[in-house]
Design a binder for this molecule. Sequence first.
Ligand code: HEM
Length: 544
Amino acid sequence: MIVNTSVVFLQEHTTEVFLSCCALYTVYSIISTYTKPRVRNVATGETPPVIGLPKTYRWFFPKLRQRLKSFNHCFEWMAEGYQKYGKNGKPFMIHTIDGDMVILPHNNLAEIKNLPPSVVDIRALETLAVRYTFDNLVADDMFHIPIIRKDLTAKLASVTPAIVEELDLSFRHYIPKLATKPDEKGWQTVTMYDLILKVVARTSHRVFIGEELCREEAYLDASIQYAIGVFPCSMLLNCFPKWTWPVLGHVFSIPLKLIRRKARKHLEPVIQKRIALIRANVPESERPNDLMQWLIEASLVRGGEFATVDAITGRILTVAFAAIHTTSLSGCNTLYDIAHLATKTAPGEQTPEEMLREEIMTVFPPPHEFNKRYMQKLYNMDAFLKETVRLGLIGAIHSERNVIAKGGLTTSQGIYLPQGVSFAFNADSRVKDPEVYDRPGEHLYTRFYRGDMYGEEDEVTEKNEKDRKLDRYMVTVTEDYPAFGQGVHACPGRFFAANELRILIAWFLLHYDLKPLEERPKSWRFVYLDIMNTEAKMQIRSRD
Ligand code: HEM
């Protein structure tokens, strides 16, 4: 009744409603412009220039119009700002649907990237509305991060056989389910992202929660749905002012809570069993040794709400969220690149697919016993993956942070960033700058090749030789390679991801041929994000 009356009222008074909204928005803009502390150069008092403001009717809600345009103009504004200011060591600003963002020049990265969380915080916490999409316990204590960085990375060699086994089993399980029947020449069609997502989810969970649970289809589906559901929920929330979040956050996150309940049903018996083992003082050597176990132990140390099944489930879903889509996107992009670059190979030359397969056969001859130690010798594979990740995964910006220090932050060049301001660095424009990377827009899969570095230059000192080799590892974070973030927040799971990706690509090339792709599936750009094409179909043919 109330809803009907309101709709009728709005229909009958459209002009008045529109003008009232404009008036309210103007008042809000004026108040916030004059009451909020401004980003400024402390010496000159100037604010950084704004890129992308409308060129016509500048008096008519310029900021609002820019925000609406940001859906599909962000990348071009970032490129313009980079050329005009960023490259000359100056900051600039853009207004997007996601809020105002200061883009700092590259030469500020070194001083900013390791600032403590008491001064700047990772912006993803807010962009992803972590308190609502996950929970307060995750937002308040990110103890899973050091566990991933230290324990998971330290155990990589010992978990590799499990990864190899689960990848093999899951490819064999999912290909017949997701690919069409072979045609007369043996080719099968598959939506590659769907396949890789399933395989990565199951294989990663083998290491995260163990053999028994990782094969439960309903649990895997719940964890995938959860990860997908976080984005619409957080995007929707970000359309509303922060003061509405305590109410709207709970409403919008209802679908996520339902999925979480489903996931909990599967995890609960195992979590309870493991808690009982710890409480019964069963020696560590007799307890399971996987990520879930480390998370349970850390949760019990914290006690209280942290030690509940619900909180532990939330923590596992958080890790799965960070791990599964990123790794699947990289794996799928790599297969797109391998298939597409085959069409660019001159007749008689080795295609990347043949080059990688030959390397795998040399380093791991039949029966292909993959192990972490020799994986380092897949030089071509590492270089290929690194180049794909350079081009394929980052958006227009990287290392987004919020200033949280009460007094704000002043950069070494005297740019004052008040508390609450968001800032980031140029990503896409930087890695596409010909002064940074030679032929930057091309996938040069030998760009990061490090196998024959030794003796490549006349003057190779022990130090520069080592440094140059390290730069070329897929997981090495350098200031011009921002795919895994920077500094204190650089991705703690990258070592795990790189290991899993190498085995995944190796398995695929040993067991399947890829039909060359004339056109590289185009990614989709949305505000700052560059989201790969997850619907492209590929043709594959069994080699077994
Ligand atoms: C190819 C795969 C991956 C890519 C490209 C990737 C990329 C990134 C990036 C760019 C960041 C930094 C975000 C920022 O600075 O705002 C990040 C953070 C993070 N990643 Fe990854 N990631 C990958 C795989 C993984 C995996 C497998 C895990 C878990 C096992 C993981 C866990 C995390 C976590 C927990 C953070 C937050 C770190 C923090 O807040 O300090 N990632 N990742």
